[in-house]
Structure formats: C-alpha cells, structure tokens
Design a protein around this ligand. Structure first.
Ligand code: 5AD
Ligand code: SF4
Length: 438
C-alpha cells in the first residue's frame, strides 16, 4: 500500500534541497507526499541550528507530533518520526533523551542511508541514531532527482572550513566537500530534460567549489551554460574570499548567469570582521564589489549582516550602516548575533546587551528595507526576462521570477509556464511586481 511522507523544512536552501532528496530516497520504498503530518506514515523534521531557539522550536514541534503519533497508534496506524539536519547533528543524543518517541535521528551527511534506518526502526522498535560524517559521500548513493517545475536547486558543494567565529556550520555540516563536475553536469542535464530551465547551484561556500584539473566555479558555470535546456544559472551562498577572476569573468560573459549575487559581508567594521575571522577587510569587499559592477553593470547585490557581535561598538555598527549606504543592496538579511554553543564567539567577552541588539537590528532593517523598496521602484518601466513558473493567484495570471528573484505577475496564457519571456514592469506591489508583455 502507498505510504505517505511529510517533511517539514527549517532554515536554508540547502535544507530545502536535502528535504527533496530525502523524499527521492524514500520514494522507492513506496512513500509519496502527504500534505499534513496527521495523514503521514513518516514525518521528517529537517532542522536548522544557525541561530538561537532553533532547538527549542524543534522540541515544541516534537511535542505536537507526539500527540499525532499517539492518536495514530490508537487507530492502529504507525508513524515513523525522524529528526534530520543540523540540530540532529549537533544534539542527537539530547533529542533521543528528551523525546524518546523519536524513531530516527540523522545528520545532513547520512540521509542516503535512510532506507536502512527505516527498516531498522521498524525491526528493532528502538531509536536509530546516525550522525556520522561517513567517508563515502552521500551523493554517490542518491537516486536521480525528480525534476519538479521549471526552477531547481543543485547541490555542488557542502560543508565549510572557514570557521567564522560565530558559525556552527563547520561543526554541523563538516569539512568542505566539492562534488565532481561530471556528476553535477549529469544532474543538470537530467533536470533540464525534466523541464527545468533555471538551476541554482547550492553550497555553504559555493564559490569555494573546486573540481579536477583545477576547475573553479566560474569554469563549472561555463560548462553548465552549455547544457541544452539550461537557460538561467545562479549560485548561493558565496564567500568574498573565493570570488576569483574566472568567476568574475563569468558574470561579464555569460548571459545565462543571472546578474544577482548574494555576497554576505556580515559587518562593515574591520575590527569586527577580524574578530569574526572573515579573512578579508572592508576595503577588500568594496573593491570586489566595484570590480563586479564594472564588468556587469546591471549586477545587483544582496548580503547578510549580523548586528551585536561581541565587542561591536556604536562606531562599528555605524561602519556597517555606512557600508550598506555605500554599496546599495537590493534584498538583504540581517540578524541579531546569537551565541552558538561551541563556537569561539560564544565565549568572547563583551557580549552586547539584548536591547542594544534590538535597536541596531531595527535600524539596519529600516535602511535595508528602504534600499529594497527603492530598487523595486527603479524597476518600473524596465524590460526584464522573467521565468514564468506557476499560475498566479487570479485566473488568467501567471507568476514568475525576475533576474533579481523578485516575484512578477502578468496576464498570460498557461502554456507559457516554464518559459522565459520579455516583460515590462508596470507597478510595484508590497510583495511582488506587476508586468505586461514587452
Ligand atoms: N548569529 C546570528 N546570525 C548568524 N548567522 C550565522 N551564524 C549566526 C549567529 N551565530 C547568519 C550569518 C549567515 C547567515 C546564514 O546566518 O549572517 O550568513
Ligand atoms: Fe559559516 Fe563562515 Fe563557513 Fe559561511 S563561511 S558557513 S558563515 S563558517
């Protein structure tokens, strides 16, 4: 009998990709998608550990799922409950201690073993814990991805060796690993055959990707642009230290590479950048932005910022505000610093008081919002290539994405779904742009 799987995903795009791949791994076991946990034979929480309260959120969700699991058991139906992702990696033992009704705890590097874990959980009845960093890369054991829609993620690189002092990723995702170019090109070809037109390359340090024969990400993107059917390419998240000449050249020369780059700087203060162990200073970042914009004048940038890192003074914070004004970002994420257990910054003196962090976050978010709004308004009257990827909310309307990831809606026929069309932007709505055929 068909079984149903419900996956709840927290956190980054890498987790979104992993959730889809976990569903691919379980499909041969007869699992199809469920819309709610209530009707699922298996539930996976794919968790994120990057900021505070993530673990608490997981425990409260587990409390809710426990009731559903019990109700199903009373009706004679089993529910396998699995916790995956970075909280599982960091706090696996703790999860099993506090939530003994969980059947499987698995880290981000072992989900190719899910079928064995499911079998083991069914046999033993006890919990299965697998948070190893196995020698064999999981990618070698995953089935081919099922293409869904016209836009897809493709994981090319994972893990991180940079050890920014605030970040848990090097501990939860493990050491840097780059998939071979041949495997990536084959996966891209499969996706394109399945109707995918836009591929976003994913990696914690995606531009740290390196292949055989000295290939870097710029070279890989050049090869991907040749894959029949692939019309648009993006990559995220990049580190300023790994933006090499070849990648910058790709922005200049490849029309398939979208002119939108997420290039987190985190802070505009040299003192804080050094304490964060970012490996570059403010000036290096600004010069990099200048170079990118000089080869690709319509390039738009986004970034992540952390406010209230230990020791951040008013002057340091002002330096971040100043950098934001100087660069002009189009869509940016800002966070209050949150001490992550086991990271160097959590043990630093001079933790910034919470009310100061709140105040700085409000200021930085107001400025970033102003910049996003200004950018959106500057798009009115412009012609843009938009990938139409689904029906809109109203009849006769389609929804797509601009090169800058803005949602765009337009009156158009349904057969245009999955195509890139030329549109003229006519209006800005709170969460989208409106357009007409150009
Ligand atoms: N506190 C606050 N923000 C963090 N980030 C990563 N670790 C922390 C932390 N401890 C942010 C960074 C990163 C984004 C994914 O999350 O800005 O780029
Ligand atoms: Fe974390 Fe820094 Fe690695 Fe990004 S580069 S994943 S912020 S340690």
């Amino acid at each position: 009998m068909a079984k149903r799987l419900f996956v709840k995903t927290y956190g980054c795009q890498m987790n979104v990709y992993d959730s889809a791949r976990m569903a691919d791994v379980l499909a041969p076991l007869g699992y199809g998608p469920a819309d709610h946990a209530e009707e699922a034979d298996m539930v996976i929480l794919n968790t994120c550990h990057i900021r505070e309260k993530a673990a608490e959120k997981v425990f409260s969700e587990l409390g809710r799922l426990r009731k559903i699991k019990t109700a199903r058991a009373e009706a004679g139906q089993r529910m396998i409950l699995a916790v995956a992702g970075c909280v599982a990696q960091a706090e696996g033992e703790e999860i099993l201690r506090r939530a003994p009704f969980v059947d499987i705890v698995l880290g981000p590097q072992t989900y190719h073993r899910l079928p064995e874990m499911v079998a083991q959980a069914a046999r033993a009845g006890g919990a299965v814990l697998d948070t190893e960093f196995p020698a064999e890369p999981k990618f070698d054991f995953l089935p081919e991805p099922l293409a869904q829609g016209s836009s897809a993620f493709l994981s090319v690189q994972e893990g991180c060796d940079k050890f920014c002092t605030f970040c848990v990723v090097p501990y939860t995702r493990g050491a840097e690993y780059s998939r071979p170019a041949t495997a990536i090109l084959a996966e891209a070809a499969k996706l394109a055959q399945g109707g995918v037109r836009e591929i976003t390359l994913l990696g914690q340090n995606v531009n740290g990707w390196h292949g055989d024969e000295g290939w870097g990400l710029g070279r890989l993107i050049r090869a991907l642009a040749e894959v029949p059917g692939v019309e648009r390419l993006r990559y995220t998240t990049s580190h300023p230290r790994d933006m090499d000449d070849e990648l910058i050249r790709a922005h200049a020369e490849l029309p398939q590479l979208m002119p939108f780059l997420h290039l987190p700087v985190q802070s505009g203060s040299d003192r804080i950048l050094a304490a964060m162990n970012r490996g570059h200073d403010r000036d290096t970042y600004l010069r990099l932005v200048d170079r990118l914009k000089s080869v690709c004048p319509d390039l738009a940038l986004s970034s992540d910022f952390i406010v209230g890192f230990p020791g951040e003074s008013d002057a340091d914070f002002e330096a971040s505000m100043d950098l934001i004004r100087q660069v002009g970002f189009v869509q940016t994420y800002s966070f209050k610093y949150s001490p992550r257990p086991g990271t160097p910054a959590a043990a630093m003196d001079q933790q910034v008081p919470e009310p100061v962090k709140d105040e700085r976050l409000a200021q930085v978010q107001a400025l970033l919002m102003e910049q996003t709004t200004r950018f959106n308004h500057s798009c009115v009257g412009r012609e843009m290539r938009v990938l139409l990827d689904r029906p809109g909310r109203h009849a006769g309307q389609l929804l797509g994405r601009s090169p800058y990831m803005q949602p765009v809606h337009v009156k158009a026929a349904a057969h245009l779904i999955g195509t890139v069309v030329n549109l003229r932007i006519t209006k800005v709505h709170p969460n989208s742009l409106e357009a007409i055929p150009a």
